[in-house]
Design a protein around this ligand. Structure first.
Ligand SMILES: Nc1ncnc2c1ncn2[C@@H]1O[C@H](COP(=O)(O)OP(=O)(O)O)[C@@H](O)[C@H]1O
Ligand SMILES: O=C(CO)[C@@H](O)[C@H](O)COP(=O)(O)O
Length: 590
């Protein structure tokens, strides 16, 4: 709740997959206010599940743009009703789910500039969008556009060297290309294309906000070293794209002052600054004050794993983004689509729809799950591209089910094992000083964090606010206010509370790695090699391929010659690329 004594602060927003959230942070870096609006629960008229619409083809996934606008109206009204003192807000920044795109219709800029304080935003912006249902990060319908883009720039590795990633279906350039090809009329009526982050910033600015370098790196369009749009990529995706995107800016830029709409309707000070919004994962990096050598694991709608990098080393798996708090540096990211919604499904099937029953199942089963392994991908996974549930018993035979509690442990161990193996594929090594920083909704669950500590063999830390994207956005607002690039981010947030230890590896974790061969793929060193070896001994060919895909992904492989050099994450591992399955049918989350 807001306090009555005036408290100068910055606001941090997060427009994530399932909700809009906000925190207020005071000058001593204390969080003193939090609020959220949940799309499914608070805006049922939009008919979303998990904040999205999954279309009949199982691949197309969208969210209604007006739902996001209305969610902002609701959360601002909630803040006002609680007595929140908007007059104390010095600056604000925010984050958005990455990759999603918003299409502003010709004339929308004018509507944004002339907002009346007498009406909520959603009533005034109804006619501002040429696409009402926006593609979001869960979409995997643009394989054809991905292949076109890679071919246009000389292949997947060449695209990765240029933009930090090979072509991914959810990346915005490929989504824009699909809109242009399938709905050219809507494309030509579009005067501006925003990411979810820059769209949200535009709502506060009352004018189009530029895209920041860090979230812009998730589009397959930005030259991540030169920090300009790649003409080759733009040209391959759609005509006149550069003018529809506008020039990208450093992530710590002040993009303007808040619109008079907020001054008059809510009492924000007219000088309140808007600092460029960025992607939710980059914002989380800021919120957790990640340092080189640490690894962050975000357990939100998606699961992501990210680290700070000094030098970009783009490969065929994972992503390199411009760093949101230091324009000279980068971050590496792996994204797993089957995150919280997959855990919710297993919870509902095997733990009576209850997180406490889910925790009991983890407590009642042994580390290593007696040698039973499971990989669960109810929707087409991103890392690696695979679908289905794949369980292997102690004899390494594929089985169709486990007893309930074992199923829960197999899911969580399998999810973290995949994360460790894919991180190692990018060159990351768990070392004695490694800290894992956990965030996102599932980081509330201590039993899940214990498995994370056991699988990585490293301590897990959390911050008090599980929403590190909001927190990072407030910190970034302070950074922008203090002068952005001229001031080290670490200096601005030095008063922020340190992360708290939440779990340490259980005694015997390393013991069980050595003592039983089946736990090695889950807990041990050289995991990929051993998992493959185990599987080769006893698993039929098709299942072996599945294990390989699960544990090894598609391989990081070659480093771009031009980018070779020091890498704080260690040397990039050469993986044997096992090849990928063709795109399969997606499934609806239910
Ligand atoms: N106690 C818990 N144990 C495991 N998962 C949880 C728990 N509480 C919340 N969650 C998960 O957190 C998810 C939301 O995480 P959050 O980081 O807020 O997502 P997003 O930012 O993508 O909207 C929910 O889908 C839910 O499954
Ligand atoms: O696609 C990615 C990252 O590449 C996702 O991580 C989205 O950014 C969605 O974030 P959450 O809503 O799950 O936090």
């Amino acid at each position: 709740m807001a306090e009555s004594a005036p408290r100068r602060c910055c606001l941090g927003w997060d427009f994530s997959t399932q909700q809009v959230k906000v925190v207020a942070v005071d000058a001593e870096m204390n969080v003193f206010y939090e609020e959220s609006v949940h799309f499914d629960r608070d805006l049922p008229e939009f008919g979303t599940r998990g904040g999205v619409h999954v279309h009949k083809d199982g691949l197309t996934v969208t969210s209604p743009v007006l739902m996001w606008v209305q969610a902002l109206d609701i959360i601002l009204e909630k803040m006002k009703a609680s007595g929140f003192d908007f007059s104390q807000v010095l600056a604000l920044s925010g984050a958005g789910q990455q990759h999603g795109s918003i299409y502003w219709q010709a004339g929308a800029q004018q509507a944004l500039k002339s907002l009346s304080p007498d009406l909520p935003l959603h009533q005034q912006l109804q006619a501002c969008f040429s696409i009402n249902d926006c593609p979001v990060w869960m979409d995997s319908s643009t394989t054809a556009q991905c292949r076109q883009l890679e071919a246009a720039v000389g292949g997947a590795q060449a695209l990765s060297c240029l933009t930090g990633s090979r072509a991914y279906e959810r990346f915005t350039g490929n989504q824009i290309a699909k809109i242009y090809q399938q709905n050219p009329k809507a494309y030509s009526h579009t005067e501006r294309i925003s990411l979810v982050s820059s769209f949200a910033a535009s709502l506060f600015l009352g004018s189009y906000s530029p895209i920041d370098y860090s979230d812009g790196s998730g589009m397959n369009l930005l030259h991540i070293q030169d920090k300009v749009w790649s003409q080759a990529c733009l040209g391959s995706c759609a005509p006149h794209l550069e003018e529809k995107l506008g020039p990208p800016v450093p992530s710590c830029s002040v993009v303007g002052a808040i619109s008079s709409f907020y001054v008059q309707r809510y009492g924000f000070p007219p000088g309140c600054k808007v600092v460029a919004f960025t992607g939710d994962n980059p914002a989380s990096l800021a919120g957790m004050r990640l340092e080189e050598g640490d690894i962050a694991v975000s357990l939100g709608t998606s699961d992501t794993l990210f680290l700070w990098l000094q030098e970009p080393m783009p490969a065929l798996e994972g992503h390199i983004f411009c760093n949101p708090v230091d324009p000279q540096h980068y971050m590496a990211l792996l994204c797993f689509k089957n995150g919280s919604l997959m855990r919710e499904k297993i919870r509902d099937e095997f733990a009576s729809c209850s997180w406490s029953e889910f925790s009991k199942a983890l407590q009642s089963t042994e580390m290593g799950n007696g040698g039973n392994l499971g990989f669960y991908f109810d929707v087409m996974e991103i890392t690696p591209e695979i679908i289905g549930r794949h369980r292997f018993n102690t004899e390494k035979r594929k089985v169709s089910a486990f007893p309930g509690d074992m199923e829960v442990r197999a899911l969580i161990e399998g999810q973290f094992m995949a994360k460790r193996i894919h991180a190692e594929g990018l060159g990351y090594r768990v070392m004695s000083k490694t800290k894992i920083l956990a965030t996102g909704g599932a980081s509330h669950n201590r039993d899940i964090l214990q498995v994370l500590a056991d699988v990585f063999g490293a301590p897990v830390y959390v911050i008090d606010t599980a929403n590190s994207a909001c927190l990072g956005s407030a910190y970034r607002a302070f950074h922008g206010l203090a002068g952005g690039t001229d001031v080290p981010f670490s200096e601005v947030v030095k008063l922020a509370p340190n992360p708290r230890l939440a779990a340490t590896p259980s005694p015997g974790a390393s013991q069980s790695v050595r003592s039983t061969d089946i736990t090695e793929p889950v807990l041990g060193e050289k995991t990929q090699f051993k998992a493959e070896k185990l599987a080769e001994k006893s698993t039929p060919a098709e299942e072996l391929r599945c294990v390989r895909l699960c544990v090894a992904g598609q391989g990081g492989g070659k480093v771009c010659e031009s980018l070779k050099g020091g890498n704080s994450a260690g040397d990039l591992a050469e993986l044997n690329s096992p090849g990928l399955p063709g795109p399969g049918e997606g499934q609806e989350f239910t």
